[in-house]
Design a protein around this ligand. Structure first.
Ligand code: NAD
Length: 310
């Protein structure tokens, strides 16, 4: 019988799926490394989230281990080198959070364009800030999507179908016919996209090629009325340059879910600016995204053992 160690909180539906497939499931959330080393000795599969760490020591202790499943995206808590050496497969669920992150990006656009967070703060101070809250509609505006992958597409889908926005996009993969068909989207070189967009939304991974992709020079290309949304990774934007851009009015506002330093230090200059809306890396913090991550990793693991048996 296939024995699976679930070493992190997993949606009950996912555990149920594994059990219905006839697997023996042991649940032990976030065991310390010494305990994990003992627990993995006779398991065929381990499921984790961003924790616990699956170190070389853990992998070497797990003599029957065939697959490590990560319910979620990032796999930097797994020693991939050690897994590879032992021929252990590593699976994750990259599509699970896409819709949730996309909806947050749209939420940040609305929050900045209509000054919702600012208005709320003023209400609590007893200030009726109607005159300071002049905003703009999304309809008919130009959205520049940087990184037209899973999340970028979902954002474009909502913006195009729900708000009638015009979609421009830039991606290292170049032109994408399906995207151009579905959203009537237009490929632009990065600088051109920045010049023409009313809202710019970032959906590239953090790589050497995307670190500080949005820097001082690029922020200066943007319209003074434009908004920047970052739900990708903090390092894609040069934070110091962004603070300057927001304080000196090179751009109108920003909505941020991710930061170069997380948690964002208390009293960070960003927290003193009224034209920025800040959330604490909550892109995939929804019931639906968590459920999908759990169920999808369970399905992938079941499929993995099925195809081996077949
Ligand atoms: P994806 O791989 O589907 O899409 C990324 C796109 O970026 C691809 O189309 C790729 O070609 C493009 N790209 C890569 N390098 C580029 C470059 N140098 N210039 C231009 N384009 C480039 O990834 P995804 O699932 O859409 O996720 C995007 C990012 O969102 C993730 O890498 C992650 O950092 C972030 N994310 C954030 C949260 C959150 O909680 N805020 C949650 C999940 C993912």
């Amino acid at each position: 019988m296939v024995k699976v160690l679930v070493a992190a909180p997993l949606h009950p539906k996912a555990v149920e799926k594994l059990r219905s497939a006839g697997f023996e499931v042991i649940v032990k959330e976030y065991p310390p490394e010494d305990e994990l080393v003992e627990l993995v000795r006779d398991v065929d599969a381990i499921i984790v989230r961003s924790k616990p760490k699956v170190t070389r020591r853990v992998i070497e202790a797990a003599e029957k281990l065939k697959v490590i499943g990560r319910a979620g995206v990032g796999i930097d808590n797994i020693d991939l080198e050690a897994a590879k050496e032992k021929g252990i497969e590593v699976l994750n669920t990259p599509g699970a959070p896409s819709r949730s992150v996309a909806e947050l990006a749209i939420g940040l656009m609305l929050a900045v364009a209509r000054k919702i967070a600012f208005a709320d703060r003023k209400m609590r101070e007893g200030v009726w800030a109607k005159k300071q809250c002049m905003g703009f509609e999304l309809r008919g505006k130009t959205l520049g999507v940087i990184g037209m992958g899973r999340i970028g597409r979902e954002v474009a889908r909502i913006a195009y179908n729900g708000f009638g926005m015009k979609i421009l996009y830039y991606d290292a993969r170049g032109h994408m016919e399906d995207v151009e068909k579905e959203f009537n989207a237009e490929f632009k070189e990065l600088d051109e996209l920045l010049r023409e967009s009313d809202i710019v939304t970032l959906h590239v991974p953090l790589l050497p090629s995307t670190r500080h992709l949005i820097n001082e020079d690029r922020l200066k290309l943007m319209k003074r009325t434009a908004i920047l949304i970052n739900t990708a990774r903090g390092g894609v934007v040069d934070t110091e340059a962004l603070v300057k851009a927001l304080s000196e009015g090179w751009i109108a506002g920003a909505g941020l879910d991710v930061y170069e330093e997380e948690p964002l230090p208390k009293d960070h200059p960003l927290t003193r600016l009224d034209n920025v809306v800040l959330t604490p890396h909550i892109g995939s913090t929804t019931n639906e995204a968590q459920e999908r991550a759990g169920v999808q990793i369970a399905e992938k693991i079941i499929e993995f053992f099925k195809s081996r048996a077949g």
